[in-house]
Design a protein around this ligand. Sequence first.
Ligand SMILES: [Zn+2]
Length: 388
Amino acid sequence: MIKITADDIFDGRKFHGPDRALVLDEHATVSALVPRSWVGEDFVKVDGILCPGFINTHCHLELSHMKGSVPEGTGLPAFLTAVMENRTPPAADVLHSAIDAAAEAMRQEGTVAVGDIANTAATVSVKRRTAHQTEWHTFVECMGVADAFAPQRLEHSMAVLAQFRQAQLPAALVPHAPYSVSPTLFRLINGLKSNGTISIHNQESAAENELFRHKTGPFLQFYRHFNMDASSIGGTASNSLPAFIPYFDQGQTMLLVHNTFTNRQDVEAALAREGETYWCLCPNANLYIEGMLPDVDMLLEMPGVTITLGTDSLASNHQLSIWREIETLRGKFPHIPLETMLQWATLNGAMALGIDDRFGSFEKGKTPGVVQITGNTSRILDPKSLFA
Ligand SMILES: [Zn+2]
């Protein structure tokens, strides 16, 4: 048995103070969280906070080569234009070494499970190689604004999905965003069987709501720039969330990502749907792209809102660290207890990805990983190395 104590232990839901010991078996499976006096003298004491492994519910590992290549503060339509025009990497080895380095850095800072967006099969190999230490859940993203081409767009994404599934990697097919998915494509995705949690970028910009309310604004320019026929999208006289959420009427679990321009009425519309809904915040990416943060206080006040955290990609973030996301949120919302935010980063994320039977909390029988937080750093602990 491995017995660890710290200045404080957070178990996925709450802090337990300094007088507790975390007991793990030799496979790092949680055995118990007990009073320190029960474990005798045979324990290791570490500095800082112990916490279950972080769950990053929104990442784009395949964009890791784009670190620093997109200017900050442009707003979403201009950001997307820059990403789409920079997307082709210089060479496969450059892409793969950037992906490998980002995956390893994420692991080191304490992330044990990732909801990772994929448009291509570029991340299949790293995910297979590291599946023993990181739980990858891939969301293969489907997009297509021209309604007539929806079946072809779905077929294209299904072929990418098949590559992940053939590699025995859990994967689902999901819509990219309200402004990039036509009504027919939404219906086709809703009709897919045994597809798992559905992630979608939601209300990342004010321009998205403007498109849906009035069919005006920067997205029209974006479509024109790429010569896209997006005539079937928007003009619903409501914000985007109430317009697209009714497509998902099969009781699916939804993971709404960003929610930067989401208001109370939008939240109510989402919660009226049957099925669980999770709200993923990516504050550092929001500041990078839009210079805005979601109304976190409003989300916290709404009964039934469950928040998770994500990092988005290195195209819109300086690192893929969940602890850095928490630090940013603590700076802007100092009245929200750390305990609350740590639950977003652990148990809630595990629930959103449907892996809370193994991850997210220090409950007996789980193998959630152990993170040590000291000051402004977090790192994954290898419990065995503490006794080496
Ligand atoms: Zn994203």
